[in-house]
Design a protein around this ligand. Structure first.
Ligand code: XMP
Length: 517
């Protein structure tokens, strides 16, 4: 049976936390996909054959608005259990003959929940729970056949259910961390009520994916661009396990990688017994960037040079039948759009431009179904080194966009040394894997006066940037310990020649972005 069978469908009504619901369900080893609320029965069946439950996400609109997203007929017709969260609950209530009304004021934040009926969703949980609410509308009268399962001070119908039909609604958000027992509630629904299959594990994923790559690729050769990041490494190892040396991994070193990164890729490939094609194109990239300071121009030049070098290598390597990419599930969701009201977003895939057309249409994308944390779990099961599996995201144009101003080899070396001191200290403090989503150094195109010993200096400025974020669309600056920052600052000015000042960036995104260029 397919690994996806017997999983859960999540319909996206536009909530910021819709993706989180899918991640929480998958943490139960149950396959879940996020589909637009406009999905047809056939699309649902195709995405999750024999799905055994549906979750309706929250959303920003009111069910009374003229263009409010609706509940597709197939959801109730399919007879599987349904859990409506927030907007999803209101939708279910409205459809089944209950009443939804606007609340006098929005309820937002942590709320005390009193469980009235400790079965189904609340099986095994204490009567007093803390949950996270964020809603304006509320249920005034549940549909016929529904019982009150839980109440809160301002929401008498905080959770309702028709136990016989397996239909549930919760006004709060079980998927967010501020609902401490949310995972148990979702487990009760997914495993207890829906009786979903629990086969979605890294081991099973590896086995099924290796078999399907073998089927797809046959005797063809597969070109893979290695970036040094975790996605391309995991995709590569899955393909290597499937078809061995039919994998042709190409690593283009553009000279703007972090300290030790190029060696890491080469050593990892060797340890995995890959026949890596490593190309050092540093000079070509630096020549192309010579004298360029405009951020957009830098990006365009790096992109175009990358495509040129990659295509040249591909041509040199002879017939290549497939192009492998480390596309992951959030990219797929973003490209397709999941029906967020008024917010279709298209993200173009980078690195594909400039390649021969026949390769662009024959893609191998073994990670299309995985969230980033699942990619890491698969990477660990495949035995990839920790340093690769836990690598933080790194922009395609590399240090070109962190060397603010002109990109020269000397400036890159200064930046690399400072970055290594900063990230090394964070790693030692356990703040690189957890605690920061991204942390790095930047070099500014200004000099400042300083004093070292008895001498005046006029040297460069390093900025440290560390952020916390779930989705990289918004971010907060990381509150790093003072003593760590003090140590890092002192080491950088003492150990990195030409730097006499270190700043820490305390800007949020928005209005700033994570990178400076
Ligand atoms: P910003 O600076 O827009 O960055 O807040 C958001 C996230 O995207 C990464 N980033 C890139 N990743 N190619 C990439 O693959 C790029 O050109 C690129 N530019 C920014 C950035 O590091 C952060 O994680």
């Amino acid at each position: 049976m397919a690994l996806e069978a017997g999983g859960i469908i999540i319909l996206d009504y536009g909530s910021q936390t819709a993706q989180l619901i899918a991640r929480r369900v998958r943490e139960l080893s149950v396959y879940a996909v996020l589909l637009p609320y406009t999905a047809t029965r056939e699309q649902a069946q195709q995405a999750v054959p024999g799905f055994c439950g549906v979750i309706l996400s929250g959303g920003p609109l009111s069910v009374y608005e003229a263009n409010a997203p609706r509940l597709p007929d197939w959801v109730l017709e399919s007879g599987v259990p349904v859990l409506g969260i927030c907007y999803g609950m209101q939708l279910l209530t409205q459809r089944l003959g209950g009443k939804v009304a606007g609340a006098a004021r929005r309820e937002y934040g942590m709320t005390a929940l009193e469980v009235a009926c400790p079965v189904a969703l609340f099986d095994g949980l204490d009567a007093a729970q803390t949950v996270w609410m964020s809603h304006a509308d509320r249920i005034e009268q549940p549909p016929p056949g529904f019982d009150i399962l839980a109440t809160s001070a301002s929401a008498p119908y905080a959770a309702i259910g028709d136990l016989e039909r397996g239909l549930f609604g919760v006004q709060f958000h079980p998927e967010v961390i501020h609902t401490p027992h949310g995972p148990a509630m979702l487990r009760n629904f997914v495993i207890g009520v829906c009786q979903a299959q629990t086969g979605w594990t890294p081991e099973n994923f590896i086995e099924a994916t290796v078999a399907s790559i073998r089927d797809q690729v046959g005797s063809g050769r597969v070109l893979l661009g290695m970036s040094g990041g975790v996605d391309s490494a995991v995709a590569g190892e899955l393909i290597h396990r499937a078809v061995g040396d039919q994998l042709v991994p190409v690593f283009i070193n553009h000279g703007m990688l972090r300290q030790g990164e190029a060696d890491l890729v080469v050593q990892a490939a060797r340890a995995l017994d890959w026949d890596l094609v490593a190309v050092d194109a540093t000079e070509e990239f630096l020549d192309a960037l010579h004298g360029v300071t405009d951020p957009e121009q830098k990006r365009v030049i790096v992109g175009a040079t990358f495509a040129r070098v990659f295509e040249r290598e591909a041509a040199r390597l002879g017939t290549l039948d497939w192009l492998a990419q480390g596309t992951i599930y959030p990219d797929v969701i973003e490209s397709a759009g999941t029906g967020r009201p008024g917010a279709e977003r298209i993200k173009s895939h980078h690195n594909v431009g400039g390649l021969p057309d026949h390769l662009k249409t024959r893609l191998v994308e073994p990670l299309r179904d995985l969230f980033k944390d699942e990619v890491r779990a698969v990477g660990e099961h495949l035995g990839l080194p920790d340093s690769l599996v836990w690598r933080q995201p790194f922009p395609g144009p590399g240090l070109a966009v962190r060397c603010v101003g002109e990109v020269t080899w000397e400036r890159l070396e200064t930046l690399r040394a400072a970055d290594a001191i900063f990230t090394g200290a964070l790693d030692a403090a356990g703040l690189l894997r957890r605690g920061t989503a991204q942390a790095f150094a930047m070099l500014l195109p200004v000099r400042s006066v300083g004093v070292m010993g008895d001498n005046r200096t006029y040297d460069e400025v390093i900025v440290l940037r560390a952020v916390t974020t779930d989705d990289f669309m918004t971010a907060d600056w990381a509150r790093l310990p003072d003593d760590l920052l003090a140590r890092v600052s002192s080491r950088i000015v003492n150990e990195v020649p030409g730097v006499n000042r270190v700043l820490y960036d305390i800007s949020t995104k928005p209005p700033a972005t994570i990178e400076w260029e």
